[in-house]
Design a protein around this ligand. Structure first.
Ligand SMILES: [Zn+2]
Length: 56
């Protein structure tokens, strides 16, 4: 499981490197917290599905 990935950041308005800041096991899958390396914008995704609006 990679610790970083390229992702469009809504705060920066362009593609940034996001860092994985945490992983939590849930009954419905694995919840991962990602954070933009530039502005600190965070989001959560569960098994590849982006959970909109979540600012970790
Ligand atoms: Zn950003």
């Amino acid at each position: 499981m990679p610790l970083e990935m390229e992702q469009e950041c809504p705060e920066c308005g362009e593609t940034r490197t996001f860092w994985k800041t945490g992983t939590t096991k849930l009954h419905l899958g694995t919840k991962q917290k990602w954070q933009c390396g530039e502005c600190g914008f965070g989001f959560v995704r569960i098994d590849g599905a982006v959970d909109t609006g979540a600012t970790a």
